[in-house]
Ligand binder design. Structure first.
Ligand SMILES: [Zn+2]
Length: 466
């Protein structure tokens, strides 16, 4: 018998051999995957003797998705900063909005984002940087309550610039001295390792907002505490100009110089880099979080993902945030990741669907240093599994489930989600919290935030609204 028994369909295991099991089945007990194989065999042991039996015979069963770049605080900012390049986008709209958050509004934003992620098949995510004014404790406690798994970085900073722009960070987000570093340690002591589902990371802000001394201190402390670091890097050309002018180094050279490379580091975007910098990423086992929708939407550029994969860099996938994507649906992100590479290289063979699926699952687990725990469906791993509804017009005929997943499916096709062996979504309904209530709270909180700041009060639509 098992706690949960899933009778597939196709099982995309993402194990070392990348086996795909036709008419497969998976058994889950005490949070672990205890059995995987052909349905015919496993049915004998589990079909009539399990607490929950999920019939997924027309569906795809696969590891939960791992979103390696999320801004929980940007959920209420969806469509609040259209048609802007990164720096004015941050300075004039995003930071003033985030810098005016009340803790209860930031919490509603986080709830909205977590609801969207669970709904669309994400089972683990990396939050890039909470700050003091969001009241981060409540957000972390909600993440735990929701059932999702997360590495939560807290922003660390001691300066107020970004790239060559000085003093552009909104005053509501400024945390000088050792305030943000110390608070990260406080959160680490309070939450790190909670139920093996929550980890506290360092989230240094981009070059221009952090001194070299503080970067080095973060690097040393993260190694000592055996935790991770994540940071945006080389997202726009101005990032390159800054490190070259100030330090005579390209962005990845700078990152290595201050200790922000290594197996415990996830650098985000990493668009404006050369071959030597890609070699540094490979040599230092630094992971990259690729966010194609955001990069296209803000007109930032197209990352050299083909070259990174060829050099052996661990590339994972992320959605980024509500105003830069504008969704947190990692399934949809896969299609954009594939198409952006083929367009950039003018070559339809530039990337395979299998590689993109690796980025969204096992590579994400590697980036978060939890590949021994999740990222694939294997005996002995924790059960983070989603079932995708393939009995739909856009997913038939079922001749190539991997291509369908990357090019035809969206996150809304995810039907059931199991995280850490617990059913968190069943038949598209999230079981751990009331999503309707979150939607109501989100509309209300956003209206108050927009009214208070005067930003995003009117929708940015050129047509008359009567
Ligand atoms: Zn970001």
């Amino acid at each position: 018998m098992a706690d949960i028994y899933i009778r597939g369909g196709w099982i995309i295991t993402m194990d070392n051999a990348r086996r795909i099991i036709k008419e497969g089945a998976v058994a889950i007990e005490d949070g672990y995957i205890v059995d995987i194989g052909k349905k015919e065999e496993l049915d004998k042991k589990y079909r009539y003797y399990s607490d929950i039996v999920i019939n997924a015979e027309k569906d795809i069963v696969m590891p939960g998705l791992i979103n390696t770049h999320v801004h929980l605080a940007q959920g209420l900012l969806r469509a609040c900063a259209e048609y802007q390049p990164l720096i004015p986008w941050l300075r004039d709209r995003i930071w003033p909005l985030q810098g005016n958050y009340k803790p209860e509004e930031a919490l509603v934003s986080a709830k909205l984002v977590v609801a969207e992620m669970i709904r669309t098949g994400t089972t683990t995510f990396l939050e890039t940087g909470l700050v003091g004014r969001y009241g981060p404790d409540n957000i972390i406690e909600f993440i735990h309550e929701s059932g999702i798994r997360a590495a939560v970085a807290r922003h660390v900073m001691d300066m107020t610039g970004y790239a060559l722009e000085e003093n552009i960070l909104h005053e509501g987000l400024v945390e000088l001295g050792d305030k943000s570093f110390k608070d990260t340690l406080r959160l680490y002591n309070k939450y790190h390792g909670w139920d093996n589902k929550i980890w506290i990371w360092f989230g240094p802000r981009t070059p221009g907002a952090v001194s070299v001394e503080l970067y080095r201190k973060i690097s040393e402390k993260a190694r000592e505490l055996k935790t991770g670091i994540t940071m945006h890097l080389a997202e726009v050309k101005a990032d390159v100009e800054y490190t070259l002018k100030k330090f005579g180094k390209k962005p990845v050279e700078f990152a290595e110089w201050v200790g922000l490379t290594g197996r415990n580091v996830v650098l985000v975007h990493v668009i404006w880099v050369d071959d030597n910098e890609i070699s540094i990423l490979a040599r230092t086992s630094t992971s990259v979080s690729h966010n194609p929708c955001c990069n296209m939407k803000l007109g930032s550029g197209a990352a050299k993902i083909r070259e990174m994969l060829d050099h052996g860099v661990n590339v994972a996938l992320g959605t980024d945030g509500g105003p830069s994507n504008n969704d947190y649906d990692l399934l949809r992100e896969m299609k954009h990741a594939a198409l952006l590479q083929t367009l950039r290289k003018l070559d339809p063979t530039a990337i395979r669907a299998e590689e993109v699926l690796e980025m969204a699952t096992i590579n994400g687990a590697k980036a978060l240093m939890i590949e021994n725990m999740v990222g694939s469906i294997e005996k002995g791993k924790r059960a983070d599994i989603i079932v995708v509804d393939y009995w739909q017009p856009h997913l038939r005929p079922l001749n190539n489930p991997i291509a369908h997943l990357v090019f035809s499916a969206t996150g809304l096709d995810v039907k059931h989600s199991i995280i850490d062996g617990k059913l968190v979504m069943y038949n598209r309904e999230i079981l751990t919290f009331n999503v309707d209530k979150v939607l109501e709270e989100a509309d209300k909180a956003a209206y108050e935030l927009y009214s208070r700041t005067g930003i995003c009060k009117e929708p940015d639509i050129v047509w008359p609204i009567i």
